[in-house]
Design a protein around this ligand. Structure first.
Ligand code: G3H
Ligand code: 13P
Ligand code: NA
Ligand code: ZN
Length: 328
């Protein structure tokens, strides 16, 4: 059944686990996530970005997720809008049936410039007011996702400005987080701790100087009842990069967020972990390998099947490591 995200996150908090929130753009990704959830007995959060809505169209995405609910009636599913850029975008998603929305007021509505704190409070509050009146969950974001190696904002997140930022600018402020939640009443809060979107997060396996898991602990200690969200949380598995390179891909050395660091976050209030890149890498590795080994094949089903299977394996691994098994 379709459920609100609040229901799942409250259950996760009560039982001390975290939920991966997987981005979806097409049929095979939706099927992979559901197969993984079914095999592990996990609840599901599927989320659609602005890019996904542009690629597939809102109607296709919504019906794909509705199809997942119909095909797996025993699994609770959240239909979440990822990175809503304005209250208008969030309202539209709510009207079309999404059970959860992210109001990303950390950026101006153009999605490029870093917004003022007051703007973020205002738009997040506005969406919460509307969403809560009909039982829809709201995730907000406070802070600038970006790299503590380059001291630059996340390019894929719109923070393309080449301005160098300070460590404190790149981490969510603890006191501000408490004030923000009190004023907006958001259900979940995305925080900046040194992660960024996409495959190129770190040039080495991250340690505390470039991935600030300690900041999660400080924020959780201050606002223990707020569900924390980690964006940019793909782990960028080295074995998938190796397959991509072996079969003709060109990807430079890069590291993601280690699963053990996410598990540490889950011990301290992280309840939603956003993952898109790992599914992309898994599918691309499988497709490259398949087409390389079967150069005469041309039916998309032939290469999408191993891609879907590879995505299922990644999702299963995350459900298990984050403690979701049997929680559906
Ligand atoms: O928020 C970032 C997600 O990975 C979505 O990426 O905008 O390319 O769909 P996208
Ligand atoms: P990744 O690029 O690390 O998968 O992050 C996805 C994300 O945060 C979507 O909102
Ligand atoms: Na942000
Ligand atoms: Zn994100």
């Amino acid at each position: 059944a379709l459920v609100s995200m609040r229901q799942l996150l409250d259950h996760a908090a009560e039982h001390g686990y975290g939920l991966p929130a997987f981005n979806v753009n097409n049929l095979e990704q939706v099927q992979a996530i559901m197969a993984a959830a079914d095999q592990t007995g996990s609840p599901v959060i599927m989320q659609a970005s602005a890019g996904a809505r542009k690629y597939a169209g809102e109607a296709f995405l919504r019906h794909l997720i509705d199809a997942a609910v119909e095909a797996y009636p025993h699994i609770p599913v959240v239909m979440h809008q990822d990175h809503g850029q304005s209250p208008a975008v969030c309202m539209a998603a709510i009207r079309s049936g999404f059970t959860s929305v992210m109001m990303d007021g950390s950026l101006e509505a153009d999605g490029k410039s870093v917004a003022s704190y007051d703007y973020n409070v205002e738009v997040s509050k506005e969406v919460v007011k509307f969403a809560h009146s009909i039982g829809v969950t709201v995730e907000a974001e406070l802070g600038v996702l970006g790299s503590l190696e380059t001291m630059k904002g996340d390019k894929e997140d719109g923070h393309g400005a080449d301005r160098t930022m300070t460590r404190e600018e790149l981490l969510t402020d603890v006191a501000q987080a408490a004030d923000f939640v009190a004023r907006t009443q958001c259900d979940a809060l995305a925080i900046a701790i040194g992660t960024s979107h996409g495959a190129y997060k770190f040039t080495r396996k991250p340690t505390g100087d470039i991935l600030a898991i300690d900041r999660i602990k400080e924020i959780h200690a201050r606002i223990p009842n707020t569900h924390l969200v980690m964006h940019g949380s793909s782990s960028v598995p080295q074995d998938l990069l190796a397959i991509i390179r072996e079969f003709g891909g060109d990807m430079k050395e890069t590291y993601g967020v280690p699963v053990e660091e996410i598990q540490e976050g889950i011990k301290h209030g992280v309840r939603k972990i956003n993952i898109d890149t790992d599914i992309r890498l898994a599918m691309t590795a499988a497709i490259r390998k398949y087409l390389f080994e079967n150069p005469s094949k041309f039916d998309p089903r032939d290469y999408l099947k191993p891609a879907r299977e590879a995505a299922t394996q990644i999702c299963k691994a995350r459900y298990i490591s984050f403690g979701c098994e049997g929680m559906a």
